[in-house]
Design a protein around this ligand. Structure first.
Ligand SMILES: [Zn+2]
Length: 64
């Protein structure tokens, strides 16, 4: 029944919540745990993406 989706994860490696928090960055759709994580990303995307804590894997993201 589930449509075939890639196993997307949030920035912290969790499952995508029902209420999706997303943004578009360099043509990729990023999924966040919540608005708190999104706010962190907005403040400093490069640092966010280079942090080992966060697991935004561009390879697994949907083209947007
Ligand atoms: Zn997060």
């Amino acid at each position: 029944m589930n449509s075939q989706k890639k196993s997307l994860k949030t920035c912290c490696g969790g499952d995508i919540p029902d209420k999706q928090v997303t943004t578009i960055h360099k043509g990729k759709k990023l999924y966040f745990c919540d608005t708190a994580c999104l706010n962190l990303f907005d403040k400093n995307p490069e640092r966010f993406l280079s942090s080992t804590h966060f697991r935004l894997d561009f390879e697994n993201l949907e083209d947007a």
